[in-house]
Design a binder for this molecule. Structure first.
Ligand code: PAF
Length: 284
C-alpha cells in the first residue's frame, strides 16, 4: 500500500481509528523534514517496534528564536516524501501552520529545569516551542511509541519529562546519533556549511570523544573540558556556546564522574550552529 499523505487532524484521527480497530499498534517519528540518514534510522527503529508508522513533517515556527534560521531552514517535501515511501512508512502527516496553530491558539507547554541552561540559555523560548508542538503531535497521533534522536539530547530529556508529567500514554524512545564517516553528527543544518567548514566540522565530535575518554580515564572534568574548547576554536569554530558534562538523566552539572553523564557541546562554524553530545560513563 502506498504512503498516505495527510494534512488535517480530522483525517489522521479517522485513519488511526481504522488501525486501532484492526488491533495495529502505532509509532510516530516527529521531524521538521530535510530528512537524512539520522531520520531514517528513527523510521527504521519505529518500524521494528510498531505495525504502523507515522512520520510528521512540520517546520515549527514557535521553536525558532531566530527569524533568519527559520527562513533558511531547508524544505523539500517531495524529496522527503519519496524517502519515506521507500522506507514503507504508512502515513506522512504534514499539516500547515493554520492546522497546528489555529486562530486564537494560546497554550504553551513549558518544562522547567531541563529546558534551562545548555541550548535553553542560548535559544530563549526554543524548548517551549518544541514541548508544545511535540505534545500536540503525541496527542494528535495517539501513538504507542515516539522516536527521537539522541543528537538533540536536551530535547529528548525535555520530551521524556513532559510525557511523564502529563501522563501521555506513549513510550519515548531515544535513538543513537548517526554520524558521517568522519564523525560529524548528521544534521539538516550541515548542508549550509561551506566546503572548508565541512572539513573543520568533525572537530566537535573529535573534541568530545577525546575529552570523554580523558574524563573516563580520570582526568579532572574542568581541564578536559577546557582542552576540548581550545581544540574547537583552533579547528576554526568561531564560538563555543557551551561544552559541559551533565548528569545523563537530570542534566544537572557534573564536576566528578560518579554517575552516568553526558558531554554536550554547541558551537558556531561558518555562521552555522552545530550541536553534539556523547555518553561518558564511570568505571563500575
Ligand atoms: O527535532 C526536531 O526535528 C524537532 O525539534 C521536532 C522534535 C520535530 C519538533 O518540532
Amino acid at each position: 500500500m502506498s504512503m498516505l499523505i495527510v494534512r488535517s487532524v480530522a483525517e489522521i484521527r479517522a485513519q488511526i481509528g481504522h488501525w486501532r480497530a484492526a488491533g495495529d499498534n502505532i509509532a510516530v517519528v516527529p521531524t521538521m523534514g530535510a530528512l537524512h540518514e539520522g531520520h531514517l534510522s528513527l523510521v527504521r527503529a519505529a518500524k521494528g517496534r510498531a505495525k504502523r508508522v507515522i512520520v510528521t513533517l512540520f517546520v515549527n515556527p514557535s521553536q525558532f528564536n531566530n527569524a533568519e534560521d527559520l527562513a533558511r531552514y531547508p524544505r523539500d517535501e517531495a524529496a522527503d516524501s519519496a524517502r519515506l515511501e521507500a522506507e514503507h512508512v504508512d502515513m506522512l502527516f504534514a499539516p500547515d501552520i493554520a492546522e497546528m496553530y489555529p486562530e486564537g491558539f494560546a497554550t504553551k507547554v513549558s518544562v522547567s529545569r531541563l529546558s534551562e541552561g545548555l541550548c535553553g540559555a542560548y535559544r530563549p523560548g526554543h524548548f517551549e516551542g518544541v514541548a508544545t508542538v511535540v505534545t500536540k503531535l503525541l496527542l494528535q497521533t495517539q501513538a504507542d511509541s515516539a522516536f527521537f534522536g539522541e543528537k538533540d539530547y536536551q530535547q529528548l530529556s525535555v520530551i521524556r519529562r513532559l510525557a511523564r508529567d502529563l501522563d501521555i500514554p506513549v513510550e519515548i524512545v531515544g535513538v543513537p546519533t548517526v554520524r558521517e564517516a568522519d564523525g560529524l553528527a548528521m544534521s539538516s543544518r550541515n548542508v549550509r556549511l561551506s566546503e572548508t567548514a565541512r572539513k573543520q566540522a568533525p572537530a566537535m565530535a573529535e573534541a568530545l570523544r577525546a575529552a570523554g575518554a580523558a574524563i573516563e580515564a580520570g582526568q579532572p572534568v574542568s581541564s578536559a573540558v577546557d582542552a576540548a574548547k581550545t581544540t574547537l576554536l583552533t579547528a576554526g569554530y568561531s564560538q563555543v556556546e557551551y561544552l559541559e558534562l551533565r548528569d545523563a538523566e537530570t542534566l544537572e552539572p557534573v564536576s566528578k564522574l560518579d554517575r552516568p553523564a553526558r558531554l554536550l557541546a554547541a558551537g558556531w562554524l561558518d555562521g552555522v550552529r552545530l550541536i553534539d553530545n556523547i555518553a561518558v560513563l564511570p568505571a563500575h
